[in-house]
Design a protein around this ligand. Structure first.
Ligand code: ZN
Length: 403
């Protein structure tokens, strides 16, 4: 056998063992062998390496099934740290995250509408602080940014609010910090976060996450991997047309996009229009005071017009999700973003449309839930890209930041 192939098989087997250990709180060598179908000897050899690396430890003995009690192994969750960054909100947030998705250090900086190079300087400031704070070997840096991203090249193709165009973000970060860097857009990162750390107990390997905020985007995970699409633009569902005739003009130049009727921005515009009409309303009358907070107050206070407007956004979301479910038959749908504050009524409006516009069998199987990670989903997802790349956990000596 050629040396390269042997090395490849060795790495493949090691990743299999590591994945199995990641998926269990604790597990014996015999059970790893059963899960991976690798021989006991191969598993023992690999586990010996993992113990030496400090990635895994022996934590006690399990129940005996006749014979000797097995020694249980567990991931040492603080043996390596990852860095996750969320650039999608009006404050940039960065965190040191351990291998189980626990945040160990958090830095936030207000953006105050800074963009271009100034926004980039903020990113450096957060990373400088986090890297100085970490005493544990770092695996890499994962970044969730708004806008269109070329994941393979690590380039931010276009992020309007930050005024970044064709920015080689991964390259810039790698040159400065000497660590592997992964770039995703915010919805893709949130999908990775919910998939890796938020969905405890489900064994589904497919997931669609839809991030409904100022804009709308989706992250699609197929067989445990983020689906990029041919140009990295998979999941841009905010610009799917759902009002074919007479729709509102969208920021992309088309009319009737999902964003014009189902986003937070669309709802605020509608509420502003409502407040100027001679009707009874719990909304403030001045358009400047209308935002998601005041809309939510009117909604929970029982304002019928506001309630109708909110549920209407949900129905359009339902229509778009129905198309995705009909195309991909993915059962596990997770919603995140500002609009999830409208909770159960909004969710029910979405579910109702899906049940009437999707093939009955597909609709029955589909589970639509609000995400579990809250505001941390993007940070955790950006870091999960690295945690799932098991090979990175070993090549630490080659790329470590200069301090
Ligand atoms: Zn559009």
């Amino acid at each position: 056998m050629e040396k390269a192939t042997r090395q490849h098989i060795k790495e493949h087997n090691r990743n299999l063992v590591l994945k199995t250990i990641f998926e269990h709180d604790s597990i014996s060598r015999a059970d790893i062998s059963r899960h991976t179908r690798l021989t006991r000897t191969t598993v023992s050899d690999i586990v010996a390496d993992l113990l030496t690396e400090g990635l895994v430890s022996e934590i006690g003995v399990g129940e005996s099934l006749g014979g000797k009690s097995p020694i249980l192994l567990s991931l040492v969750e603080d043996s390596r740290y990852l860095i996750g960054l969320d650039l999608a909100h009006n404050q940039f947030r960065g965190a040191i995250v351990n291998l189980r998705g626990k945040i160990r250090e958090l830095v936030t900086l207000p953006v105050n509408s800074r963009n271009g190079k100034q926004a980039l300087a903020l990113v450096y400031e957060i990373l400088d602080r986090l890297i100085t704070a970490s005493s544990v070997p770092l695996v890499g840096i994962g970044i969730g940014t708004p806008g269109l991203v070329n994941i393979t090249e690590g380039v931010v193709v276009n992020a309007v609010n930050l005024d970044w165009k064709d920015l080689p973000l991964a390259q810039l970060m790698e040159q400065r910090y000497h660590l592997p860097v992964s770039i995703l857009n915010d919805s893709q990162a949130a999908a990775m976060g919910e998939y890796t750390f938020g969905q405890k107990g489900t064994s589904e390997s497919n997931l669609i996450l839809i991030n409904v905020r100022h804009g709308i985007g989706a992250g699609i995970i197929i067989q445990g991997r983020l689906f990029h699409g041919d140009g990295g633009g998979a999941g841009e569902i905010g610009h799917v047309v759902v009002v074919p005739e007479g729709g509102l003009l969208c920021r992309c130049g088309n009319r009737g996009c999902l964003e014009t009727v189902a986003s937070a921005q669309a709802l605020v515009k509608q509420a502003q229009a409502l407040a100027t009409q001679p009707i009874q309303t719990l909304l403030p009358r001045s358009p400047q005071e209308i935002n998601l907070d005041t809309i939510q107050l009117a909604f929970t206070g029982g304002d019928d017009n506001v309630r109708r407007a909110v549920l209407e956004t949900g129905r359009y979301m339902g229509l778009a999700i129905s198309n995705l479910v009909g195309t991909l038959n993915i059962k596990n749908i997770v919603l995140t973003g500002d609009m999830t504050r409208f909770g159960r009524p909004w969710l029910d409006a979405i579910r109702e449309v899906i049940s009437t516009t999707t093939l009955a069998r597909l609709a029955q199987e589909t589970q639509i839930e609000i995400g579990h990670l809250g505001e941390n989903s993007i940070i955790l997802g950006a870091s999960a890209m690295l945690a799932n790349n098991y090979s990175l956990l070993f090549n630490l000596t080659e790329m470590q930041p200069r301090r």
